[in-house]
Design a binder for this molecule. Sequence first.
Ligand SMILES: [Zn+2]
Ligand SMILES: [Zn+2]
Length: 134
Amino acid sequence: MDSPLVRLASCSCGQLRARVLGEPLRISICHCLNCQRRSGGPFAQQARFARENVQLEGSSTEFVLAGDSGARAHFHFCPRCGTTVYYEAEALPEYIMVPVGVFADPAFPAPTVSVYEERMHGWVVPPPDAEHYP
Ligand SMILES: [Zn+2]
Ligand SMILES: [Zn+2]
């Protein structure tokens, strides 16, 4: 029998970690301004997992941010190094989202959904076969 797929997400200093089981249910990129500021990049990429498939280790500090739609998300970051390792959306309580960069894995699957493209930096080219939303 194959052993189940496990991936480890970690903050920069290593004390806050998320161990996730199985492939993500959804992988998206978001070009909204909140995601640009939060991630420090021109867009953010995140993977969605069922809560029961995520095992969290270490201590985190929470920051709550409301998006343009008013939907609130709880971002959990390492109090020592500041890396956001996971977040929760109040509208989607059964899931945990993990920013893809914290896996530090260039082989991580590509996004299949691209949202807030009206805020997209001009040079960015999302995967052509992804779902696109303005
Ligand atoms: Zn850290
Ligand atoms: Zn966003």
